[in-house]
Write a new protein. Structure first.
Length: 143
């Protein structure tokens, strides 16, 4: 038996990230997963739809009808959950080599960091941001 591609809880997180790009129906999500992970992962309705249902049960995604299909979208609670789990998503990207979040999400996060830094003492913000930049530089040097 082949090892599982996703660790526990990772597929729903990836689905959240994909829905951050734009609302999609289930088959669009499956197609996006196929594109993202290529031959390494074969998504199925038996794994993707239960992940969507679990996210909906948690209030992280909502659905609306479009023709005969349900279209899923990230809720504000889902966006906050995704933002809190950015480190976990980055680990999935590193392990799989897939770029799950887009540059737009990075830009949005940088704006949030700037706003948050303005609300704290300058010396404390400088310590945190300097550490973050050093870590990013170290990652860039190792790739």
């Amino acid at each position: 038996m082949a090892p599982r591609f996703f660790k526990h809880g990772e597929l729903p997180l990836v689905v959240l990230a994909l829905l951050e790009r734009s609302p999609m129906h289930g088959y669009q999500l499956i197609a996006e997963l196929e594109t993202l992970f290529g031959d390494d992962y074969e998504p199925s309705t038996g794994t993707v739809y239960p992940a969507i249902r679990a996210l909906a049960d948690e209030g992280l995604v909502s659905s609306s009808e479009s023709g005969r299909r349900a279209v899923y979208a990230l809720t504000p609670v889902g966006r906050r959950s995704l933002d809190k789990r950015g480190e976990q998503l980055a680990a999935i990207e590193l392990r799989t080599g897939a770029r799950i979040r887009s540059a737009a999400e990075l830009d949005r996060l940088l704006v949030r960091a700037r706003e948050a830094a303005r609300r704290v003492e300058t010396d404390k913000a400088l310590v945190v941001l300097t550490r973050a930049v050093e870590e990013l530089e170290a990652i860039g040097e190792s790739t």
